[in-house]
Write a protein that binds this ligand. Structure first.
Ligand code: S3P
Length: 422
């Protein structure tokens, strides 16, 4: 594989840009927005909440509500998107609106109490279906909260911070470990004030946001697929431009380097409060790695593709402390193990750890069918495995790739991968 592509817009930043623009007074302009199914669901939701949302030649224009969401007459359907639904539940709670939230089968099975509990403690009216969707949030007249989530989750932290914009007084979130801080970095661009000190974040409300311009940087979680493909396919040289370099997201770069990846980083512009880099990889002889649980929040969505890299490394890799992978779009711990096993790689799960027996540069046999469980990241990881495996790999369904990376097949083919429908 060879060539250079611009990394697609970051999913986390894209959701936040739309939601903050919808809460702000006045107009915002967003360029480089990731136009994936997840983000488009958030765009439709903020329009139903009263924001003006328009796509033109330059990008996206959002006319904000000045913190006055209206109560939609139909449920907001966030599709497959955990970020969309959880952040919007927080944003709605901080306004005077009432909204019902639904999603697809995957999203409806995911835990929502982690967000509903703090919002309830802030005084929002929250009803749900046993801590799952469908759920209803009635916002307004919130009190601040001092909350210590049990799990390290940027979605939980962000939902509380967005609600806190509408609560009079200081809200504090004390995370068990620092998570991605895109909300904290973006709020000041809309005129918001938030203080972060390690894993403690404070926001004093009420605060009014003002519309602004946001340029969305590239997504490390999407870039990881082409990076790993370039590393494990012999004779490759692949560059991805404009990718987020935030230390809360760069775990995958650091781990690939620990595995012996030839990876060059060239700093680029600051976008949406995020440093960016161009990443260039060459095919590399990878070695196994024993990964501490503490690194997981900085690369939580990258484990399926990292496991593929580990299958092509020399030695046994262990990825520790992956309980949260079970609560993603699918049980990604089981799904990643099954993906490798179906293609001749020896893999096992011990407690919350994933252990992969690398086959070295000779690589995985392949030839299997990956059951994607409706999970976009399992689908893309399966296809990258197929690029480098001895026999082609089939995935049972490619439709979900549009959730986060609609241009995936085009980008991979542009770099020289042979992928298609058969
Ligand atoms: C996200 C946070 C992560 C990640 C998700 C996007 C976000 O989940 O898995 O894809 O945009 O805040 P957590 O809430 O578990 O951190």
């Amino acid at each position: 594989m060879s060539g250079c592509i611009a990394a697609p817009g970051d999913k986390s930043v894209s959701h936040r840009a739309l939601i903050m623009a919808a809460l702000a007074a006045g107009e915002s302009r967003i360029t480089g927005l990731l136009e994936s199914e997840d983000v488009l669901a958030t765009a439709r939701a903020v329009a139903a909440l009263g924001a003006g949302v328009h796509r033109d030649a330059e990008g996206w224009r959002v006319v904000g509500t000045g913190g006055q969401f209206r109560s939609p007459d139909r449920a907001l359907d966030l599709g497959n998107s955990g970020t969309g639904v959880r952040l919007l539940m927080g944003a709605v709670a901080g306004t005077g609106a009432t909204a019902d939230f639904t999603g697809d089968a995957s999203l409806s099975s995911r835990p929502m109490a982690r967000v509903l509990d703090p919002l309830t403690a802030m005084g929002a009216g929250c009803t749900s279906t046993g801590g799952r969707l469908p759920a209803r949030i009635s916002g307004g007249c919130l009190n601040p909260v001092d909350w210590s989530p049990e799990i390290a989750s940027a979605q939980v932290k962000s939902a509380i911070l967005l609600a806190a914009l509408g609560a009079a007084g200081e809200t504090v979130v004390r995370e068990p470990a620092p998570t991605r801080d895109h909300t904290e970095r973006m709020l000041p661009l809309f005129g918001g004030r938030v203080e972060a000190d390690g894993s403690i974040v404070r926001l004093t409300g009420p605060q009014a946001l003002t519309g602004t311009r946001i340029e969305v940087p590239g997504d490390p979680s999407s870039a990881a697929f082409a990076l790993v493909a370039g590393l494990i396919m012999p004779g490759s040289a692949v560059t991805l431009t404009g990718v987020i370099a935030n230390p809360a997201r760069d775990g995958i770069y650091r781990v690939l380097e620990r595995m012996g990846a030839k990876l060059a980083r060239t700093p680029g512009a600051v976008m949406a409060g995020e440093d960016t880099v161009d990443l260039a990889v060459e095919s590399s002889a990878l070695r196994a790695v024993d990964l501490e649980a503490a690194i997981a929040p900085s690369m939580i969505d990258e484990y399926p593709i990292l496991a593929v890299a580990a299958a092509f490394a020399e030695g046994e890799s262990r990825f520790r402390g992956l309980a949260e992978l079970r609560a993603k779009e699918s049980d990604r711990l089981a799904g990643t193990a099954a993906l490798l096993a179906a293609n001749g790689v020896t893999v096992r799960i011990e407690g919350d750890d994933l252990i992969v027996s690398g086959m070295g540069p000779a690589g995985a046999p392949g030839g299997g069918t990956v059951i994607t469980r409706g999970d976009h990241r399992l689908a893309m990881a399966g296809l990258v495995l197929g690029c480098a495996a001895k026999s082609p790999v089939r995935i049972d369904d490619a439709a979900m790739i549009a959730t986060s990376y609609p241009g995936f097949l085009d980008d991979m083919r542009k770099l020289g991968a042979r992928m298609g429908t058969a």
